[in-house]
Design a protein around this ligand. Sequence first.
Ligand code: PMP
Length: 369
Amino acid sequence: MDDRIERLQRRSAKNEGILSLAGGLPANELFPRQKLASAFLSVVSRPNCEALQYGWPEGSEGLRKWIADRLRGRGADVSPDDVIVTSGAQQALAIAVELIGIDGRVVATEEETYPGALDLFRDRGAKTASASRATNADAACIYVVAGASNPRGLPLSELRRAELLASGRPLLVDEAYAELRFDGYVAPPFLVDARDRTFHIGTFSKTLCPGLRVGWLVAPPELAADALRVKRDLDLQAGSMAQAVVEGYLALDDFDQRIVRARKTYASRAGRLVRALRRYMPEARWVEPEGAFAVFVETDLEGVDEAHALAIANAHGVSYDPGSMFRPGAALDPFGFRLCYSSRTGEEIEEAVQRLARALGEVRARKAA
Ligand code: PMP
């Protein structure tokens, strides 16, 4: 990311006068604080001190069983031994690319995708290209955010799914938001159709909370032992305490009910953002999200300095994530941005979009001057 943009984002995150639609944070109100506190107290009080001790690199057996059961419920032939608990989806991705070996090669992605993955691929020496530009045969692997995408909140089309399956390439399938489609539909995991070349990546960050840093990886069976070795080399294991708290929490709550509530909250916030965009920024282009946390908006402007535009937005009391962060070629045009509704109330969303419309007016006027 452009250093100027990172500085602005860090500064605006601390500024209470700025309504931020950046960052993709889950709603604070949805964190089950009481139940997490009870789970913490319960696991820390156990005489065997499991939550305070070292564990094995693959992670807690109970948690792996819960994850495998959930995947099996969706039709995948996965056992607890196939699952590695990781420090978030981000580490699962890092392990996967280490196994594939992407240095000097191309990683193909959608036209817009998750910036944390793009940064990782580039930092590991890969060139990132949208799947429409990279031919499948060139790609070391194809990365896709399945279920509901980041930044657009859209499911994969059946056509795209079929293309990915037909590609024959290793597939990095990131299911960070797969359970957060507003209509409740959860597509079968790619593990069902391409078990031997799917790196299935999941996380509790969006459905429970990101602070505990608990995610998972299911690697192709042939690479499972190597995946475990890489995990051990990185950090020995995911934190015992975080895993124990998640497991303890899952025993105390109805996770499916929790997801139903989360979908409702996010769908209602998405609706508020969409209505505000229609009203205050009618010239903008975007597609109504079907899940996840955000809308990706494009404008008719070209050649805009993103850091300059973000500084103007901040001066108007609003923040967002600039569009180039999500594009595999880091393209600036058309000028666009991701707006996250997930952690904001309806009133805040409405106000933020009004501020953004005024800021865009200023960006436009300055460009014309
Ligand atoms: N994948 C996607 C698509 C994401 O949006 C995010 C978080 N923004 C991650 C992975 C990282 O998730 P985690 O907190 O589990 O590392």
